[in-house]
Design a protein around this ligand. Sequence first.
Ligand SMILES: C=C(O[C@H]1C=CC=C(C(=O)O)[C@@H]1O)C(=O)O
Length: 467
Amino acid sequence: MNALLTLPDAAWNALQLRLDRLAAGAAGGALLSVTLDLGAGERDWLHAQPASREFCYWAQPAAGRHRLGLGRAVVCTSAGPARFTALQAAHAGIAGDWRHDGELGGDHVPVAGLGFAFDHGPGASPARHDGLGERSLPRAAGDLPNAQLGVAAVLLTSAGDRLSATFTTPARDRADAVARWRRLLAARPLAALPTNVPLPATALAERAWNARVERALAAIAAGELDKVVLSRSLRLPLAGRVAPAALLARLVERHPQATAFAIGGEQAVFLGATPERLVGLRDGAVRADALAGTAWDDEPLAVDKNAHEQALVVAAIREALAPLCATLELPPAPRVLELRGLRHLWTPIAGRVRAGIGLFDLIAGLHPTPAVGGSPGAAACDWLRRHGERRPGWYGGGIGWIDRHGDGEVAVALRCGLLGAHHIELPAGAGIVAGSRAAHEFRETEAKLGTMLDALRADAGQARTGT
Ligand SMILES: C=C(O[C@H]1C=CC=C(C(=O)O)[C@@H]1O)C(=O)O
């Protein structure tokens, strides 16, 4: 199997020279990034399994944008109610002393990856780990930190019909940076994908689901809530090792309109293909999606229950963005977002942020929207905590990137799975409002699980059976 990227020795030597020039006078903790122009082309970078277990991925295939990050130059973690403020401070600390040598611009610049779980969890002191190269962070088995901001050691980018590689190191580690980068780019053969993933019987799961939906409906009838998003997970055993890159390649191929994402660690990889943007910020222009209300097969989408479910998301996003934005534009009625096998009501929201408002302010204001939490937001999150809602990985949270200047984008982490060595856990949820029926909402979660289940199967046409 070919390496992910092969460069002649002369190119590595030139890279070392550019790195040394960039390092002149830099503090030890300063990040140094050098971008190499790799010429014209478009690649999803997934043809080979990255040698690094610490990898991240972000792709919007329909827009021709793919990023694969390998290793870590720096990672900052946080948890608790102030987690976004902590990540904002971490970003400011990194961005304030981040040197870049590269002339391509556009999407071909160094970026930090960021992500967070649905619930902020108990507080923890923010931490920064520098220069990990291909070594892994110490972690509990399979666990992602609650919230994380990290810069990959090597970032392979494909965008605007151009390819580039951005190499990053803390200045203090630059002596052996080139050797580390070379190792990260070696690829391993892809493991085979399973051809048949056994599906568990769902009778028990459905009974438990129905009971939870009834409790949620009772809370709604009592006036405690207008909406709450319940989720459940399928835990599937895997006969052999599944290559995350191969699974991602299937998601990219079958869901070109979605944002495909992955964050990998020593024990587990969290990955998926989501239709929903939480927020994007570019040159002061902000964009967000209000997505809710689902139909599949021949079901009608424009029914009152779905319209109500989605209107609550629109209202919450408008309310969250109003104090942060100088202008805000919404279409008068929702549109239909057509996905492979599913349709949603969708309101794209656009505006311009007020001076001084950054991506982390927007994330903190918006998350969780009623597309993943409920309405009113605080009451719904409280209800979910009290009723033991458990969400694997960053499901229902966010995943994205931010550049040195604060532009970036975060997707809502949906249609995803937490892939371990011997099993995969697949979560899916549904918004419960007055008029929801438990059995129908269960089938909705089944339809949403289809995104990952289809990707796990060799035959794209194979329908879900065994339920
Ligand atoms: C919570 C999920 O989807 C959200 C996004 C779109 C439509 C939704 C719905 O109709 O319930 C959910 O709010 C999920 O995919 O697990």
